[in-house]
Design a protein. Structure first.
Ligand code: PEP
Ligand code: MN
Length: 343
């Protein structure tokens, strides 16, 4: 069951609802949005009287939700959401370009990649300081030193940063530097991590698990939302199929399906889907055409020297074409490329 409270609901109104719910032995998870607050109930709700809940101050609707994901479902939140990251919108009406290196390697490489990202029209910088690697012998990222480099590059360029957190224990540390926390495909069902990022007070980009169904992906988002954080962006990054010609199979259908089922913004990672430089621009066009709210793209000043994912990184000579795609494609869908908010 979900209780939707209006903008006019006061802190006391919400506290009264929570008290009534808890008195019936049911857990209440409060997610505050800009225009409404959603109280998600977990437990045996049979003791609760819907009509009296509906009559309490600030309550707009009381609903039994049929989807297993309540807070991220579009059923009780029909308008699509916009998530702001350091002032940059991700949501309907815009296409946001997030770009940067797969991994933070050196200050110089990160700054050069950030400048490349800006030249292509990016308004958010990506870069991993904690890398989830398939091999325990592979470079695991620079850790906090990498976060410091990202913060310096943000200072220099003004680009807010999106960076991955791989362990629940590191969430507070990463959140102290990041503008948006990324949960990667390998951690898409790490429920303790999802709960921890849900409580971190930062927007979250949740990659789809490489073997997750769309429903499992939305349930993962629900773990984050249940901890009070509705600032979640879903990212389709390709799934495992029998095909071996690409790193992953980009599931373009997942974009409109996830947007139909959930109010959350949905972006696409054409770099980790295709895994090859020459596929990134075609997949970016496909992502925008199918309605993605943004794309996240690897760029590197010297991919031949990259420690991680060099073969899929766009290079200097690709930036003009990427900038052109970002300029020309969104208007075909009635959208604009997302600009940074100037405050
Ligand atoms: C990444 O974006 O750096 C990354 C590791 O992606 P994924 O989790 O999709 O593999
Ligand atoms: Mn990568």
């Amino acid at each position: 069951m979900v209780i939707v409270m209006g903008q006019e609901a006061t802190g006391d109104d919400i506290a009264s609802i929570v008290a009534v719910v808890q008195a019936a032995g049911v857990e209440a998870f409060v997610s505050r949005g800009v225009r409404r607050t959603i109280v998600g109930l977990v437990g045996d709700v049979t003791q609760l009287d819907e009509a009296s809940l509906r009559g309490m101050p600030g309550v707009r609707e009381v609903m039994r939700v049929s989807t297993p994901y309540k807070l991220v479902s579009r059923e009780n939140h029909p308008e699509r959401s916009t998530v702001h990251v350091g002032g940059v919108p991700i949501g309907p009406g815009t296409v946001t370009l997030i770009a940067g290196p797969c991994a933070v390697e050196t200050p110089q490489q990160t700054l050069e990649a950030a400048r490349m990202a800006m030249a292509a029209g990016a308004t958010l910088l990506r870069g991993g300081a904690f890398k989830p690697r398939t091999s325990p012998y592979a470079f695991q990222g620079l850790g906090e030193q990498g976060l410091r480099i990202l913060a310096e590059v943000r200072e220099e360029t003004g680009l807010p940063i999106v960076t991955e957190v791989v362990d629940a224990q590191d969430v507070a540390l990463v959140a102290s530097y990041a503008d948006m926390l990324q949960v990667g495909t390998r951690n898409a069902q790490n429920f303790a991590l999802l709960q921890a990022v849900g409580a971190a007070g930062r927007p979250v980009m949740l990659k789809r698990g490489m073997s997750s169904t769309i429903e499992e992906w939305l349930m993962a988002a629900e773990y984050i939302a249940q901890r009070g954080n509705l600032d979640i962006v879903l990212c389709e990054r390709g799934i495992r199929t029998f095909e071996t010609a690409t790193r992953n199979t980009l599931d373009v259908s997942a974009v409109p399906v996830a947007q139909r089922l959930s109010h959350l913004p949905v972006i696409v990672d054409p770099s980790h889907s295709g895994g090859q430089r020459d596929l990134v621009l075609p997949l970016t066009r496909a992502a925008i055409a199918v309605g993605a709210d943004g794309v996240i793209i690897d760029v590197h000043p010297h991919p031949e020297q990259a420690i991680v994912d060099g073969p899929q990184a766009l290079v200097d000579t690709d930036l003009g074409e990427l900038a052109q795609v970002m300029r020309d494609f969104p208007p075909l869908l009635g959208k604009t490329a997302a600009a940074a908010l100037t405050v």
